[in-house]
Write a protein that binds this ligand. Structure first.
Ligand SMILES: C[S@@+](CC[C@H](N)C(=O)[O-])C[C@H]1O[C@@H](n2cnc3c(N)ncnc32)[C@H](O)[C@@H]1O
Length: 274
């Protein structure tokens, strides 16, 4: 699996850097992900950004005085992240750029980090032995550490396809393997999907995976919930528009409500070590 994901993100290149700022909708996603960890951030804390991509979150965390290690399977994403970090002039808070798979963190010592973020769904690309990644996160996190991750959500993705007016998807369910996706969460390789295979999680499933592999106090969120499936409408608002501000306030109010967490494009989870 690793190679396909690596190849995809090596080719995807700079598009990954723009992903979180290309639209008002993406902006909401970014801000909700930041809000989810905001109160846990402390200057000087050591953070592992696992599946860092082009480094959006690493840069923000380093600007706040955290000591960040960037980790990704794609050497091209790490190269872009390095370039963006130099442009932002925050190298003094960066502890390393390391290539690898989140299921094998042997390059790190036990209990090395105060926080791990694994944002933007790296875990959704892990189709086999995903518990290994959770056990490795557990091992490299210190006793009071926090794990924060986001994965693709099974129901959010259906809302997104509907919102994109992809009528064919619903008219030809066999062709699109809809039955399999809604029953198992697995989206196999498909001639019409450019992304490598992915797993779409449900809230309870992710909570179970974390609890069975050394974590407790699992807290979930959905990003974004109200706006998911409505990207076109959200993007009618400019990023500085009052309307967008109102929508964001509603998202903030709702995104961690238990009834909402399975409604987002991304399913957020944070948890402490048992
Ligand atoms: C959508 S990007 C998210 C990047 C960044 N975390 C963000 O939210 O902006 C997903 C990243 O996960 C990385 N990734 C996927 N599977 C991985 C794995 N098994 N180990 C390490 N990185 C992985 C990809 O190379 C890609 O850079």
């Amino acid at each position: 699996m690793g190679n396909k994901v690596m190849e995809f993100y090596d080719k995807y290149g700079i598009k990954e850097w723009y992903r979180l700022e290309e639209s008002s909708y993406s902006r909401i996603n970014y801000l909700l992900h930041m809000d989810f960890i905001e109160k846990h951030l402390k200057e000087g804390m050591r953070i592992l950004d696992a599946g860092c991509g082009a480094g959006r979150y690493s840069i923000e965390l380093a600007k706040r005085g955290c000591k960040v290690t960037l980790f990704d399977i794609s050497s091209e994403q790490l190269r872009i992240a390095k370039e963006k970090i130099q442009e932002a002039e925050i190298e003094e808070n960066i502890e390393g750029f390391i290539q690898g798979d989140i299921r094998d963190l042997s390059q790190f010592k036990d209990e090395e980090f105060d926080m791990i973020i694994c944002y933007g769904a790296p875990l959704s690309y892990v189709m086999e032995n995903r518990e290994k990644a959770i056990l490795e996160f557990n091992r490299v996190l210190n006793k009071k550490g926090l794990l924060a991750l986001s994965v693709n959500n099974r129901w959010g993705i259906i809302k997104m396809v509907l919102g994109s007016r992809n009528y064919d998807f619903f008219e030809r369910p066999e062709y699109w393997n809809i039955e399999e996706v809604i029953k198992t969460g697995d989206l196999r390789e498909h001639e019409m999907v450019s992304q490598p295979p992915r797993h779409f999680f449900e809230g309870k499933e992710l909570e179970y995976l974390l609890k069975c592999n050394g974590f407790k106090e699992v807290f979930l969120g959905g990003s974004p919930c109200i706006s998911c499936g409505n990207a076109e409408i959200i993007n009618d608002f400019n990023t500085d528009n009052r309307g967008l501000e109102t929508i964001f306030k509603i998202e903030l109010e709702t995104y961690t409500k238990p009834t909402m967490v399975d409604n987002g494009e991304f399913l957020l989870a944070k948890a402490k070590k048992k």
